[in-house]
Design a protein around this ligand. Structure first.
Ligand SMILES: [Zn+2]
Length: 104
């Protein structure tokens, strides 16, 4: 009869924090032995969407150990790509145009 629903929490492989899984990054071991992101069947691991946790997972090969994926390069590439998304660049580079756009 209760309408309160507890969020499903998962443990981060890096910091071991329990968090709402919707706020975490889900990494799935693919049947091919590679690494998938988000939804999918199979053994999975969770990491906070924070730069620190992603870096830690990458450096210490936490995902590799947790998911038992033999090839770390696939994990490394995936985590590296995610690292680009979790923290927006503070300073916008203008490499494309070589010009500064006036702000404000
Ligand atoms: Zn974490």
């Amino acid at each position: 009869m209760s309408t309160t629903r507890k969020p499903v929490v998962r443990r981060c492989v890096s910091c071991a924090c329990l968090k709402d899984r919707t706020r975490m990054l889900r990494l799935v071991r693919l049947a091919s032995g590679g690494l998938g992101l988000g939804k999918g069947f199979g053994r999975s691991a969770y990491v906070c969407r924070s730069r620190r946790c992603l870096q830690d997972a990458r450096r210490r090969k936490r995902i590799q150990k947790s998911l038992r994926i033999p090839d770390h390069s696939a994990i490394d590439a995936t985590l590296a790509a995610e690292l680009d998304t979790v923290e927006p660049h503070n300073c916008r580079t203008t490499k494309e145009t070589g010009q500064d756009f006036p702000v404000g």
